[in-house]
Design a protein around this ligand. Structure first.
Ligand SMILES: [Zn+2]
Length: 171
């Protein structure tokens, strides 16, 4: 079974459970499900759009444990059907526990993360031989002379002239 089909199967279980337990949820249509294969979030509940996005890159690593994310996100929609808002407070938690979930705000599955966007970092080396990798925002600010330079945690300063020309893409 593909991970998408596995998630849909779990989702259908929780959807059926929710329809029995929560009349306000039962009045609404079945939420739409989308999949994304990158980013830090296990899943996202789009309350007003009545939709949930699940991260298949994380789900494929979490396996059976990912059930908890499925019930987590559907609990947000149940919560929303009752009070037109949802966050991770006691009300949401009660719903998640009722569905057999952990009530945790976030499940860390120890999965590797695929960045939502690739990011470049830039290597600077100062006269003392100290090095620092600088992100794109600071790098551009230094090159455009909007800031004099950057400082690392030891207080060492790196200026435009310290840029090595070396760039690395984080994926
Ligand atoms: Zn949440």
């Amino acid at each position: 079974m593909t991970i998408q089909n596995q998630i849909i199967q779990w989702f259908n279980e929780y959807d059926a459970m929710a329809r029995k337990l929560y009349p306000t949820y039962a009045k609404r249509p079945v939420p739409s499900i989308k999949f994304i294969d990158k980013g830090r979030a296990n899943g996202v509940a789009h309350l007003a759009k009545w939709a949930i996005t699940f991260n298949t890159h994380i789900a494929a690593q979490a396996n059976e444990a990912f059930r908890n994310t499925v019930s987590h996100e559907i609990s947000h929609l149940i919560d929303y059907s009752i009070r037109l808002t949802s966050n991770h407070d006691a009300h949401w938690r009660m719903i998640h526990l009722a569905l057999g979930g952990t009530g945790d705000r976030c499940s860390a599955y120890g999965a590797t993360i695929k960045r939502a966007r690739v990011m470049n970092t830039y290597l600077y080396r100062n006269a003392n031989g100290a090095e620092i990798w600088v992100g794109p925002r600071h790098h551009n600010a230094i090159l455009r002379a909007k800031v004099a330079g950057v400082r690392n945690s030891k207080g060492e300063i790196f200026m435009a002239a310290d840029y090595t020309g070396q760039r690395k893409t984080l994926t």
